[in-house]
Design a protein around this ligand. Structure first.
Ligand code: GAP
Length: 425
């Protein structure tokens, strides 16, 4: 775990937020490589859920919503709360289900457990009074439910159909922990599938399978993924059934995605609270939800791809880090390397090629250190192709491309370079 955390910082994936001020409880910033990788994950999810599936449309609802939404959804009542205990000696607070009988920090005894609501409050407008209290959404899906009718009508959709959304969510977690696994601000990728109640079980199985396949297609090691049927007594307030997709993190098996049968909880409650009829013909559609954290899944993909190769990839050096990440998720696709940095014609040519490639692919330029050392640095971040400009380039207008996975090298004419790389991707 510590290795992943320091690697993420050293190579520009993830930094503690506001670090020069000592950080800020469980907030993280995605650096140049982190943002590329997270965007790639979101793109892969969006393509899978909207382009490759039938009858799913997109939405981008606002984070702030009418507070009545949260009454209807059950989040303002005891339903969306964790049990909190406080150590009588050091006053540290913990989630009851995360601890045993003694305080892990000082051995003190705990107070009785109290319910603690996880909604984050803010005030909207210039006057801070009760009227202007609003909440940062704790899940993105409520924006989908309140737009159910708008979308069905404007897009002339018929049940069954789905609505997909990616966006930020916020929870005042009592114990944010394990790096970006549990944070107070995070991003969700959620799809809500509206169907007839009697078909809900069948669609549940369908979506669970689809979602597992998505991880397999993106190269997650099958032995690091499993499903967990959530027991009835542990189900969230809205769920009739839930299966977690779990990943084997360095700190154990943990949920990365939930597939839920939410029954008619959401649409019937929003109908009741808003007065708007959200029935389809004479029934409330059931909802099958797939919900995954963009950050949490990034953590899983990163952990899965991270390898320390003893003896190096050539078998002749020290231990090397190799990020064997799926091609579509790799944050950097190309790197342009002038063989030497003190020959102006080579540097000039390399910079021209860099300029050409970076308009189309995420590309790095690196002229520092030996070629071997530069390849090592690129393997660390899972860069797919290294394009080397050498002395021969000045004569034959060709470059050498090294493929990350095979480590094989190929000589390619510069004018065919973009086309060739595009094909290989
Ligand atoms: N709409 C249903 C819902 O929000 P959830 O199981 O509470 O269900 C779904 O959350 C996913 O959102 C989780 O599997 C996880 O990937 C992500 N998630 C939830 N809370 C999170 C947190 N505090 N930090 C990071 N990701 C979180």
């Amino acid at each position: 775990m510590q290795k992943i955390v320091s690697f993420s910082k050293r190579r520009g994936f993830i930094f503690p937020s506001s670090e020069i001020y000592g950080g800020f409880g469980s907030c993280y910033d995605f650096g140049p490589l982190g943002v590329e990788m997270r965007n790639n994950i979101k793109k892969a999810w969006w393509n899978e859920m909207t382009k490759k599936q039938n009858d799913i449309v997109g939405l981008d609802a606002s984070i702030l919503m009418n507070p009545r939404v949260w009454e209807a959804s059950g989040h303002l009542s005891a339903g969306f709360a964790d049990e909190l205990v406080e150590c009588k000696k050091c006053h540290h607070r913990f989630r009851k289900d995360f601890i045993k009988d003694k305080c892990p920090d000082c051995g003190g005894v705990f107070t009785e457990a109290k319910k603690f609501n996880l909604m984050m409050k803010t005030s909207v407008g210039p006057v801070e009074d009760d009227v202007s209290i609003a909440y940062l959404r704790p899940e993105t899906c409520q924006g989908i439910y309140v737009n159910f009718k708008n979308i069905m009508q404007s897009m002339r959709l018929k049940i069954p159909f789905g609505i997909a959304q990616i966006g930020k969510a916020f929870r005042n977690e009592i114990n944010p922990k394990d790096f970006i696994f549990r944070t107070r601000e995070f991003e969700q990728m959620e799809m809500q599938w509206f169907c007839e109640p009697q078909k809900a079980d069948k669609f549940f199985e369908y979506w669970l399978k689809q979602r597992l396949n998505w991880y397999y297609k993106l190269g997650i090691n099958k032995k690091n993924l499993r499903t967990y049927e959530v027991p009835k007594k542990e189900l969230a307030h809205y769920a009739k059934r839930a299966v977690d997709i779990e990943y084997k993190f360095p700190f154990g098996w943990k949920e990365i995605e939930g597939v839920h049968n939410r029954g008619d909880w959401d649409l019937s409650n929003h109908s009741k609270y808003s007065g708007e009829d959200l029935k389809n013909e004479d029934y409330f559609p059931y909802i099958i939800e797939t919900s995954v954290g963009a950050d949490r899944s990034l953590f899983a993909f990163l952990t899965d791809a991270y390898q320390e190769v003893e003896g190096g990839r050539s078998g002749k050096t020290d231990t090397e880090i190799f990020l064997e990440i799926n091609r579509s998720l790799a944050p950097v696709k190309m790197a342009v390397l002038p063989l030497v940095k003190n020959k102006p014609e080579i540097v000039k040519k390399a910079k021209e090629i860099y300029k050409l490639l970076k308009t189309e692919f995420v590309t790095l330029y690196d002229q520092t250190g030996s070629i071997g050392r530069r390849y090592r640095r690129l393997d660390e971040i899972g860069c797919l192709f290294a394009v080397t400009v050498d002395f021969d380039t000045l004569k034959d207008d060709a470059v050498t491309i090294r493929d990350r996975d095979t480590m094989k090298q190929q000589r390619i004419k510069i004018k065919e370079l973009s086309e060739c790389l595009r094909k290989q991707l």
